[in-house]
Design a protein around this ligand. Structure first.
Ligand SMILES: NC(=O)c1ccc[n+]([C@@H]2O[C@H](COP(=O)([O-])OP(=O)(O)OC[C@H]3O[C@@H](n4cnc5c(N)ncnc54)[C@H](O)[C@@H]3O)[C@@H](O)[C@H]2O)c1
Length: 444
């Protein structure tokens, strides 16, 4: 049943009684949890993906997205009850749906310009299948103005005009590993439409999905900026923390102690420093601004530069540690702990481990890696796999990601050739580790 312009009560009733068909474009780490949650709340969902294996798996009730508590069960249940199906036919999915949600990836090209090719391609398919009174929602993170200046013109190629269909931006505000929790109500949903009717319709839909409710903002560009600015804030704040942590090193004081104490005052929100910023969000979103606006973006660019330079700083600490032990980095054996961009996930996109490994190799070190979730897949990142039981030829250890498991390691029992540790994530207790005879350098 078409929903554009219906009252909140009508939409909630139709949603609950499975009379609204949703198409979710992109069944990845974010799209599949969203599709499953909508089906679970009563929607009929057609998941659309270009990857035929994904489509096949989902139609068999199988879940290809790992590490999301409750997702596999939710997918199986809703495929079984017929509310969730998948297809690789994007135009037919649009023809058969009332609400189309775009949740495909947005990348950067090699010059760090936003690559919107997938967004454009999906929008074209939706445009070809677009019918009167449908609602199109963009959830992918987008450079501000994309929904109004890129997607809307493509949808208008359908021959329908503004007011014939709805278009809203409702950004995904989720983290891998907690998608269902986040989608269903960890934080409010942001909703901005190209017109009031689009905003109201999308707000009604999300009020059923998200128990925390929605914040309606002025338009799609405002909603896009909310999501991108959240990421920019974190990138800039981490750059500040990184710079201050290096200053603390010079001053001979503990940055974490300073930051935590400073943050007891309500106007200070210093983030934690580290050996780099990874994942496909925080290091990417600043470029959605830097590369698309005419206004100066000095702080954003500098923050990117500072955060990217932390890999080099980390390797410089390894060199210092080796030097303290009378060794050179060339010819040394270095173990990188954690190849994922953060602890307890398998995601490796933009992981700081990648430049750290590259720099170590360029300086002539032999690089090994241990990651609790990736196992021997660390070898895809140009390092040799090494479990912690087999490190008797290792000269220096670098902690790159904050895996919980690393906090419980009995460092005194590790059989290392040289006891040198560089902690990029505040995992070890500096005093304790030095008491165990380690040469220690840390960030923070
Ligand atoms: N993963 C996160 O933690 C996270 C958090 C917040 C926001 N986001 C945003 O969510 C969006 C999606 O990210 P993700 O992590 O789910 O990506 P992903 O790489 O896990 O999945 C993307 C899916 O889209 C499919 N796809 C690619 N091209 C397609 C097309 N033309 N038509 C249909 N399907 C297509 C792929 O096959 C894949 O299954 C991105 O814009 C991202 O910025 C992600």
């Amino acid at each position: 049943m078409k929903v554009f312009g219906l009252s909140r009560e009508q939409i909630l009733r139709l949603f609950e009684s499975s009379e609204i068909t949703f198409a979710v474009y992109g069944l990845g780490k974010m799209g599949l949890p969203l599709a499953a949650v909508i089906a679970d709340k009563g929607g009929k969902v057609i998941g659309v993906d270009v990857n035929r294996n994904v489509v096949k798996d989902i139609n068999m009730g199988l879940c290809h997205v790992m590490g999301e508590p409750g997702l596999a069960e939710m997918v199986a249940l809703n495929v079984e009850n017929g509310r969730l199906t998948a297809t690789d036919n994007p135009v037919k999915a649009a023809e058969d749906s009332d609400v189309m949600i775009i949740l495909v990836p947005t990348f950067l090209d090699e010059m760090n310009n936003p690559d919107l090719s997938i967004i454009r391609s999906v929008s074209k398919s939706i445009s070809r299948g677009l019918t009167h009174d449908s609602l199109v929602i963009t959830e992918s993170t987008l450079p501000p103005r994309t929904t109004s200046d890129v997607i809307l013109p493509i949808l208008l190629e359908s021959g329908l005009g503004i007011g014939d269909f709805g278009l809203s931006h409702c950004p995904e505000r989720t983290m891998s590993g907690r998608a269902i929790h986040d989608i269903t109500g960890a934080y409010v949903k942001i909703v901005g439409g190209i017109d009031a009717k689009s905003t109201e319709t999308a707000a009604s839909i999300y009020s059923r999905i998200n128990s925390k409710g929605v914040i309606k903002v002025s338009d799609t560009t405002t909603a896009e900026a909310v999501k991108v600015f959240e990421g920019v804030y974190r990138d800039v704040n981490i750059a500040l923390a990184n710079e201050l942590a290096i200053i603390c090193q010079e001053l001979g004081i503990d940055a974490v102690e300073v930051f935590n104490t400073a943050n007891t005052q309500p106007y200070s929100h210093l983030h934690m420093p580290g050996c780099g910023v990874g994942g496909h969000c925080i290091p990417v979103y600043p470029y959605f601004i830097i590369k698309t606006v005419k206004s100066p973006t000095r702080l954003l660019s500098l923050s990117r530069q500072i955060n990217d330079s932390m890999a080099e700083y980390t390797v410089s600490l390894v060199e210092r540690g080796l030097k303290d032990a009378g060794m050179e980095i060339t010819g040394s054996n270095v173990l990188v702990m954690g190849v994922a961009y953060r602890g307890d996930v398998e995601e490796t996109r933009c992981s700081p481990a990648i430049p750290v490994i590259g720099l170590l190799k360029r300086k002539g070190a032999r690089v090994f890696a241990y990651d609790p979730l990736l196992g021997n897949r660390v070898e895809d990142f140009n390092a040799e796999f090494r479990p912690l039981e087999d490190i008797s030829d290792i000269d220096a250890v670098i902690i790159v990601s904050d895996f919980k498991e690393f906090r419980t390691i009995d460092w005194g029992k590790l059989n290392l050739r040289q006891k040198i540790i560089v902690d990029g994530r505040q995992i070890v207790d500096p005093e304790e580790i030095q008491r165990l005879g380690f040469i220690f350098y840390g960030i923070g």
